[in-house]
Write a protein that binds this ligand. Structure first.
Ligand SMILES: Cc1ncc(COP(=O)(O)O)c(C=O)c1O
Ligand SMILES: N[C@@H](CCOP(=O)(O)O)C(=O)O
Length: 537
């Protein structure tokens, strides 16, 4: 069966279209700097609510992914095997369980994968997908004829370790992870990355912020020389496979809560997502656009609030706050993985909104969307911001709301939930006090729960799903600040076995100086790769 339009991909900036899923997964970023999106949003099949309701996480993922991947490219049985293998490393039988925290508030726990953050859901899958394509490409080939993939990623802490875990030791792949220095990722996150000593794993600390790392990665993708010789691939959510794999848990969680006895069948459902690079909530928007009955998606930001300001300033997307025009740096917060100035994936949403809000033939609407997005992204580069037309903002408001949460609120929310929420029937791996039963949030999840509480105050009859994006043990500093001295609190009790002794383990990391720029990083990548391929690491 030939691929449907939802199984072919185009660049948000227009230079590429009709690309296969394999192309976009291996290429990551489009040649014009745009992000790949499906040419058409698929819709959930008519009988999805009955037929998919009781599927396991893996089988649900298979159904959803089949809408985006042609069987010509990956036969169904192969895709099923990749999915089953990817989630076999998860510690919870439900993979992403939903916990009733309080009336009308469910927490979707996404931290039961190997590195204790939501990134595992997509990156375990992506690692196995890379492997599948490489085995197929390299069948019967030896030596220099083999296709070798050089994965380059930027991280504010979680993507890095999940990508490393997903790719360590895999044949024909090397992985380079750039992360900001100066304690901007938590000590546990740093150790999770740097203590992996497999020869194909390379960690680079960069003087600057996550955005600086992300810019370097995008420049490396744009470098023809490196690309043609080293086959650069992406693990960040610029890779469409990341978004695709994250759609599953929105639908899975919807089914889970509708099965609980306390769920009011007449209630609408809102989903709140702690956001930074906008990948996770974009996956939620894909689910909603496919037909999942989500009333609204609520974007929860920390003080790095470009997304919240977009909604509150009438559609102005700018690095600089309008009331503080000189302040355009990344702010350090208690939710460091969300300390991101510019949200890469917003580009994908803008394409769809621009397409939806214009008229004409299919081709004219696509052209309009690609030209609008290219223009806006150019303005962002040259002037630090852009303004979208009112119809685009209004279209965004149909599906989204936003909330900005301060550091103080983050800490009080961790404390408040600990003192008031004692969810029953928790599965293995949730963090709670064994003495009081008080539930312990990680600071990113706390940003989401604070935003959820505000949304619930305005909409008391609506059921909320708040995404829990990381395990609290990854962020000892913020959790201790919130809970030290509270009855029954003992951090060591929530520390997973996997983190014990991490601090003392040997680690390996290459520092990148401030003046190195992306060309300096390119030279490091080439040199380390050479060493690796000669067996000298
Ligand atoms: C723990 C955690 N929560 C939330 C986010 C924000 O997710 P996204 O970048 O997909 O918006 C991140 C990083 O991306 C994260 O690591
Ligand atoms: N918070 C992320 C930042 C990178 O985002 P990604 O989803 O685009 O990979 C991290 O922890 O690295």
């Amino acid at each position: 069966m030939s691929p449907t339009l939802s199984q072919q991909y185009l660049s948000t900036r227009g230079a590429e279209y009709g690309r296969t899923f394999e192309d976009v997964v291996l290429q990551g970023l489009a040649s014009d700097g745009g992000l790949f999106i499906p040419e058409e949003m698929p819709t959930l099949p008519k009988s999805w609510e009955t037929e998919w309701r009781d599927l396991s996480f893996e089988d649900l993922a298979l159904e959803i992914m089949s809408l985006y991947i042609s069987t010509d490219e990956i036969p169904r049985e192969d895709l099923k095997n990749i999915i089953y293998k990817s989630y076999s490393t998860f510690r919870h039988p439900e993979r992403t369980p939903s916990v009733l925290l309080e009336k009308n508030l469910y927490l979707l726990e996404l931290f039961h994968g190997p590195t204790f953050a939501f990134k595992d859901v997509a990156l375990s899958f992506l690692g196995n997908l890379f492997e599948y394509f490489l085995v197929r490409k390299n069948a019967g080939k030896t030596g220099k004829d083999r296709h070798h993939l050089t994965v380059v990623g930027a991280t504010s802490g979680d993507t890095g370790s999940a990508a490393i875990y997903g790719l360590r030791g895999k044949k024909d792949v090397s992985v380079f992870i750039l992360f900001p220095d100066g304690g901007r990722v938590s000590p546990i996150q740093e150790k999770q990355m740097t203590t992996i000593l497999d020869p194909n794993v390379h960690n680079l600390t960069v003087a600057g912020s996550f955005d600086h790392c992300q810019d370097i990665v995008k420049s490396l993708f744009a470098d023809e020389d490196l690309n043609s010789t080293h086959n650069i691939a992406a693990v960040n959510s610029i890779n469409m496979a990341r978004i695709l794999a994250q759609i599953t848990y929105f639908i899975y969680s919807y089914f889970a809560l509708t099965k609980t006895p306390s769920f009011n069948k007449d209630s609408k459902v809102r989903v709140v997502v702690p956001s930074g690079n906008f990948g996770d909530i974009l996956a939620g928007w894909f689910a909603k656009s496919m037909g999942l009955p989500i009333e609204k998606l609520v974007i929860a930001t920390n003080a790095n609030d470009i997304l919240d300001r977009f909604f509150r300033s009438g559609g102005h997307y700018t690095k600089k706050a309008l009331d503080a025009p000189t302040d355009h740096g990344v702010k350090e917060t208690h939710s460091p993985a969300m300390d991101i100035l510019v949200s890469s994936n917003f580009e994908r949403l803008l394409w769809f909104l621009s397409y939806q809000t214009t008229s004409g033939t299919e081709a004219e609407r696509r052209k309009h969307a690609c030209e609008s997005v290219s223009g806006w992204l150019n303005e962002l580069k040259t002037n630090g911001g852009f303004q979208v037309p009112s119809e685009v903002l209004e279209a965004a408001k149909v599906d989204f709301e936003s909330e900005r949460v301060t550091n103080e609120e983050t800490i009080s929310m961790i404390r408040d939930i600990y003192k008031t929420s004692f969810p029953k029937g928790l599965g293995p791996g949730s963090a709670k006090s064994s003495k009081t039963g008080g539930y312990i949030l990680d600071p990113h999840t706390a940003v989401g729960v604070a935003a959820t509480r505000r949304s619930m105050a305005r909409n008391p009859d609506i059921t909320h799903i708040s995404l829990s994006t990381a395990h609290p043990a990854k962020f000892a500093g913020a959790v201790d600040l919130a809970l030290r001295g509270e009855d029954g609190y003992d951090f060591t009790e929530i520390l997973p076995q996997e983190f014990i002794g991490l601090e003392q383990r040997e680690s390996r990391v290459t520092p990148v100086g401030e003046s190195a720029g992306w060309q300096g990083v390119k030279e490091i990548v080439k040199a380390e790769l050479e060493q690796e391929l000669q067996g000298l690491r």
